[in-house]
Design a protein around this ligand. Structure first.
Ligand code: PGA
Length: 249
């Protein structure tokens, strides 16, 4: 399983050091044998957080990336730069990128491809809006978001990828999907991938994200198709994040 912290636009040099030291101190090697933990700080802290994590089992990730490799693209960060900074994971297609920065399915698919080309592990986020769930369109939305990436990247590029199901109505709202609601969508995602490759579908880790906290993590992680979590708010509090990590099966 994997628990990944998405710090979003939070942190400072001082706060990061306190948080990371607390996480590392509370995280024994024994717990990490079959499970992975990652932290995705803002770009500007990638280097310093990477140094703080260097001797630990906790891996480094990024929250976003350019779909391009090099050149005159002011403000962008390329996959090879992230690789250079020893990142392992890159979140692509987070709903905040999709809704606030107009990233469409095609751009998300291009980012996914550029990440896999550098042998980084994409964490591809998919999820429906509240109105889409209420209109019973959840599966259609998830299928559209997934298919755009499968079409461009090819199913074989999912071998070393992770998917995060994040219902948009559950992100930062304190409203978590029930374990049953989440499981239904996770199963749907696995079946959608299995149309192309059963082995890849069975092996891929599908994380749940959206108001995961110390109290609900265990119930969510106990579901058959939930293989960990992408954690926003609760990843900023040492004890809460550690409790979530310890809830991994
Ligand atoms: P949240 O965010 O845990 O604060 O709901 C999750 C995410 O956006 O990845």
């Amino acid at each position: 399983m994997l628990v990944a912290a998405n710090w979003k636009m939070n942190g400072s040099k001082v706060a990061n050091e306190t948080l990371i030291k607390g996480v590392i101190a509370g995280f024994s090697d024994a717990e990490s044998v079959n499970n992975d933990v990652a932290i995705c700080p803002p770009f500007v802290y990638i280097d310093s957080v990477g140094q703080l994590l260097a001797d630990s089992e906790v891996r480094l990730g990024a929250q976003n990336v350019s779909h391009l490799e090099i050149g005159a693209y002011t403000g962008e960060v390329s996959p090879s730069m992230l690789k250079d900074m020893a990142c392992r994971y890159v979140i692509v297609g987070h709903s905040e990128r999709r809704s606030l920065y107009a990233e469409g399915d095609q751009l998300v698919a291009q980012k996914f491809v550029s990440v896999t080309k550098q042998d980084l592990i994409p964490i591809l986020c998919v999820g429906e809006l509240l109105e889409e769930r209420e209109a019973c369109d959840t599966n259609d939305v998830i299928a559209r978001q997934l298919d755009a990436v499968i079409d461009l990247a090819g199913i074989e590029n999912f071998k070393n990828a992770i998917i995060a199901y994040e219902p948009v109505w559950a992100i930062g709202t304190g409203k978590t999907a029930t374990p049953k609601q989440a499981q239904e969508v996770h199963e749907f995602i696995r079946l959608r991938l299995a149309r192309h490759d059963v082995a890849i579908a069975n092996d891929i880790r599908i994380l749940y994200g959206g108001s995961v906290n110390a109290n609900n993590a265990q119930d969510l992680f106990s579901m058959a198709d939930i293989d960990g979590g992408l954690i926003g708010g609760a990843s900023l509090i040492v004890d809460d994040f550690l409790s979530i990590c310890k809830a991994m099966r």
